[in-house]
Design a binder for this molecule. Structure first.
Ligand SMILES: Cc1cc2nc3c(=O)[nH]c(=O)nc-3n(C[C@H](O)[C@H](O)[C@H](O)COP(=O)(O)O)c2cc1C
Length: 197
């Protein structure tokens, strides 16, 4: 299953409507070219003061199985289950301080924008990408010796689409279910808090 377009209220670009978070991976490796392309997309994300606080740690099972396994081990058991065949994990980290040593309150926002660019590019390439907060950030920090002023925000699994029927029954149903969002009226206000748009 490669396609699960959002049932949007009005038409939006296919790239945005078509990106989704699959859980059925095949174990086929991701080519170096595709990895460079998704990282290049992230590189061109906008950021406050063009600070580019994001840093990506790429764990490619076909290149370095030891570090891949270390990163994989930080995922919560639920995420380990469906990611078992995934060939690549990408940790999204960010510098938390500006170059003046002050807290950069836009850093997580900027890193999120870069992550979104990465997963959109993956979708454009026909790859499956799934962002996760379900991992142990402290275990990750220790395993990969992150500097104190760097936070790990998310781990993205990346790979080729696999067979939905190989997922357990609960996840198989979730994979096929209609994607849901809050209605526009609940997320967009016009001219003031809770005012109708
Ligand atoms: C920051 C972030 C963390 C997420 N963490 C997990 C996770 O740990 N495990 C998981 O299965 N899905 C995770 N997801 C996927 C969301 O559940 C998914 O994006 C949401 O249900 C909307 O579905 P869609 O991406 O297919 O539109 C995460 C998504 C984001 C953006």
């Amino acid at each position: 299953m490669t396609n699960k377009p959002a049932p949007t209220a009005v038409a939006i670009h296919e790239l945005i409507a078509g990106r989704w978070s699959p859980r059925a991976y095949s174990s086929e490796p991701v080519s170096r070219e595709h990895l460079h392309q998704v990282l290049e997309a992230a590189r061109w994300a906008p950021s406050s003061y063009n600070a580019q606080p994001w840093r990506f740690l790429v764990f490619d099972r076909s290149v370095d199985e030891v570090s891949f396994k270390q990163a994989f081990a930080t995922l919560v058991p639920f995420n380990q289950g469906w990611n078992a065949p995934a060939p690549v994990l990408i940790a999204v980290t960010t510098h938390t301080l500006t170059n003046k040593g002050e807290v950069n309150r836009c850093a997580p926002y900027d890193a999120g924008a870069a992550a979104m660019a990465l997963v959109l590019q993956a979708h454009a390439l026909g790859l499956a990408a799934h962002q996760m907060s379900g991992f142990d950030p402290n275990a990750f920090r220790t395993a990969f010796k992150l500097p104190n002023d760097v936070d790990v925000i998310a781990i993205i699994s990346l790979g080729h689409y696999g067979e939905v029927d190989k997922l357990d029954p609960v996840l198989r149903e979730r994979e096929k279910s209609v994607r849901q969002r809050l209605p526009l009226a609940e997320i967009a206000y016009g001219g003031g808090w809770k005012k109708v748009f």
